[in-house]
Design a protein around this ligand. Sequence first.
Ligand code: GLV
Ligand code: GLV
Length: 355
Amino acid sequence: GKYRVISTKPMPGTRWIRLLTDQDCRVEICTQKKTILSVEDILALIGDKCDGVIGQLTEDWGEVLFSGLSRAGGRAFSNMAVGYNNVDVNAANKYGVAVGNTPGVLTETTAELAASLSLSASRRIVEADEFMRAGLYDGWLPHLFVGNLLKGQTVGVIGAGRIGSAYARMMIEGFKMNLIYYDLYQATRLEKFVTAYGEFLKSSGEQPVTWKRAATMEEVLREADLISLHPVLDKTTYHLINKERLSIMKKEAILVNCSRGPVVDEVALVEHLKENPMFRVGLDVFEDEPYMKPGLADMKNAIVVPHIASASKWTREGMATLAALNVLGKIKGYPVWSDPNRVEPFLNENSPPPA
Ligand code: GLV
Ligand code: GLV
């Protein structure tokens, strides 16, 4: 191989490796045992010759790493993730490194986890499982683990891009929920879907589903029974869900977060869970991963899973493949498959073209 390409982690499947080795690349996969590599670890990996790197969302890709990669002759970096809040794209530009991410292949898988958390929270699956295993079940009772019926309730989606829209469709089509969403851009396709589905239900003599685009996020928080967060994490969405916004949500609402942890003020959330035992939450992401804020792990009204929203075999292999194509594209002079500089992956089909 003429080109040296590094992956900071072993990734699922072999297709991504073949793609690179078939095209003059030598692939080196970091075998360090520690889960999160430091900037120094990665600089050592890059060494003095490296053409491209596939990195992970746990790594801090800023000034230091991009200048190091550039010094080693590298011109390509891809996150193996759709989110790239761990990547300083301006620093990459400054050092002439192209950046890629992996949108698309994880849309449905991530939406399915958000749906799983929604159902698990509404029917108290985890609490009930713990109860069974603890040997506490001594017979059917009318009051045992009574939860919420989703049908006819309102699902609130904050951030109706690819993942948010896919999740909304699942909850509407699967459970006949009404939709209220908040996004800077109109989710036209989603609106059309709900309208058509509503017509279908009406024509079969069922209660039709409805939709509404909210003018403010507060409107969603006030009206929805189940709220799922799908915004991109940036300065404008940091602590989007804070103490004040939690306080306007219904006392028995369910909140799901499969986006990025810092979108929610986790300390305020723990307080809210303590004060509102009927409020439930399903979390895939945390403010300070891999840690949880004190008290969260003790809350029975919280379901917590370790950032696994994109974890299906098909999706993870797809992410690895796209990350490899991004890096290969730049090295070989083809377009980078997905370049956040060109394609804003978090906006929906009506977003304005990137500046
Ligand atoms: C995972 O969190 C991703 O952004 O792909
Ligand atoms: C519950 O198991 C029922 O049969 O209603």
